[in-house]
Ligand binder design. Structure first.
Ligand code: HEM
Ligand code: HEM
Length: 127
């Protein structure tokens, strides 16, 4: 496996660890399982670091490909992650529910952009 692939797939996993706490929380409303609660508070504690990590890994992934300054479907994912992270910071500052909702919605947009980037090669190179 090439380094860019390792970094790209690593970022897919980082995405999973960033977002899985939402379905886990819903599930745990029914299960009320202590270990699940522990996993979720662990994920919450490291959430913001994972968000920053995702941006850094995406930049490294683009850099090793020589694509750092070339606009393509990966750039769209990166922009999505950056906007999502800015909203994440704003959740804490504003304590506004709407910002949290937008942050959640954007995480789904990021998923769609990732699927587009990885599985739809015909949209791959925009320029
Ligand atoms: C969170 C952001 C990103 C994720 C999760 C991601 C994920 C991936 C993955 C998993 C692959 C490998 C696909 C395969 O195994 O065939 C890949 C390939 C690639 N990505 Fe990304 N990527 C991201 C951001 C970017 C950015 C910012 C760029 C460039 C500006 C970029 C450019 C590329 C290129 C050029 C390839 C190689 C395609 C090929 O020739 O096979 N990616 N990406
Ligand atoms: C620096 C970056 C980030 C910061 C500061 C941040 C901050 C936050 C905060 C404060 C919350 C609400 C409290 C909580 O449940 O922990 C939250 C929830 C959430 N974040 Fe982030 N976030 C960041 C990046 C991201 C990224 C990149 C994604 C996904 C692409 C993401 C996905 C989510 C999701 C899905 C939730 C809802 C969780 C739930 O419903 O319990 N976050 N984030």
């Amino acid at each position: 496996m090439e380094l860019y692939e390792v970094l790209g797939w690593l970022n897919v996993w980082v995405y999973v660890f960033l977002t899985i706490k939402a379905p886990l929380k819903i599930l745990n409303k029914r299960l009320k399982n202590k270990s699940l609660m522990k996993i979720n508070s662990f994920l919450t504690r490291y959430h913001k670091y994972l968000g920053i990590f995702m941006i850094i890994i995406a930049l490294a992934h683009a850099y090793v490909l020589g694509y750092l300054f070339r606009f393509n479907s990966g750039t769209l994912v990166l922009i999505g992650v950056i906007i999502t992270s800015i909203l994440g910071v704003l959740i804490r500052i504003t304590r506004n529910k709407l910002v949290l909702t937008l942050h959640r919605l954007l995480s789904i947009v990021v998923l769609l952009l990732m699927i587009n980037h990885i599985y739809l090669p015909f949209t791959f190179k925009i320029s």
